[in-house]
Design a protein. Structure first.
Length: 315
């Protein structure tokens, strides 16, 4: 590994713009099978310390997977973090080549942590889970339109809702088959769903959007998801702590599971009652319960043990 070589790759639908360091060589390749093959070959010869790409609506997926399979150190980062970094360095202009060089500088100075790249099977499950959310959003939108629709278009809306509901049923079956096809996923899914409040939708969200579950400690996993309160203090000012950042889709799944858990999970119910009796507003109490639920799930995934209200490992 060449510890002085950092690569930035700006991803577009048609092209991949490559920069070797903030001031080094730059070139572009097509974002297709042939172009990605050339990219892997070229970067393999450079043996870089780190390769950084932005998450770009899925267009980075094939290149990232190919680089990871070739054994190259590649990480996909949040575009907002990169833009904030660029502004902090005074870089306001934006072109594909400039963005690639900013990514290379980001790689060399920030050194984002390498995380496991999901394999093809995980990508399929994640795509199914994302599509499920999209179908649910469309069903909700159509049902809202149905409330005020004129009689002339009402039958079309009703027909579309029924079609979407069939699609939802089919994709749920596809997700279930995909999980059952993997012994590890099947075991983890069974563990997660043993917790009162955690259903198939939340379990699938955790499997697809939080592969780090069980590999981090409770503070790290809470910060990664975005349920760890952050201080907002300056001088003598003491601001209200609040959650920020993290993985919104995971938080959404945890939120729904926590609402159910507060009613049916004795540990979460006791915690919620204790916090509200101490004067915490319900929303704050729910977020605290979300973090507690995440801690429980993380410990279960780590130790491969099912839910039990009598166990002390969840503390």
């Amino acid at each position: 590994m060449n510890e002085h070589v950092f690569i930035g790759i700006d991803v577009a639908k048609a092209e991949l713009e490559v920069a070797v360091g903030p001031e080094g060589e730059g070139w572009s390749v097509a974002n297709d099978t042939v172009g990605i093959g050339k990219l892997v070959s070229s970067l393999g010869k450079l043996n870089p310390a780190l390769i950084v790409l932005e998450a770009t609506g899925g267009y980075q997926r094939d290149a990232t997977l190919a680089l990871a399979e070739a054994g190259l150190p590649v990480v996909v980062v949040n575009p907002r973090h990169v833009r904030d970094f660029a502004r902090s360095t005074g870089q306001l202009a934006k072109t594909d080549q400039i963005d690639a060089r900013v990514l290379a500088r980001f790689a060399s100075q920030v050194r984002p942590e390498l995380r496991p790249i999901p394999g093809p099977e995980t990508a399929v499950l994640k795509a199914l889970a994302v599509r499920r959310h999209q179908i649910i959003d469309m069903i909700v939108a159509e049902k809202n339109r149905r409330e005020t629709a004129l009689k002339a278009i009402l039958p079309q809306i009703v027909k579309h809702i029924r079609s979407l509901e069939r699609d939802l049923h089919n994709i749920d079956a596809d997700i279930d088959r995909t999980i059952r096809s993997s012994p590890i996923w099947c075991e983890t899914d069974t563990l997660l769903r043993s917790v009162p409040g955690v259903g198939p939708a939340t379990s699938t969200t955790l499997l697809t959007h939080l592969p780090e579950l069980g590999s981090l400690n409770r503070r790290e996993i809470a910060a990664l998801v975005g349920v760890a309160p952050m201080n907002r203090d300056s001088g003598t000012f003491r601001g209200r702590r609040m959650i920020i950042g993290g993985r919104a889709r995971v938080r959404s799944g945890l939120y729904m599971a926590t609402l159910v858990g507060i009613r049916h999970n004795p540990e979460l119910a006791a915690m919620y009652q204790r916090l509200t009796h101490r004067g915490k507003v319900p929303k704050v109490a729910i977020v605290a319960c979300m973090r507690k639920l995440l801690t429980i799930l993380n410990a279960m995934a780590r130790d491969r043990v099912p839910w039990s209200p009598d166990r002390s490992i969840y503390a």
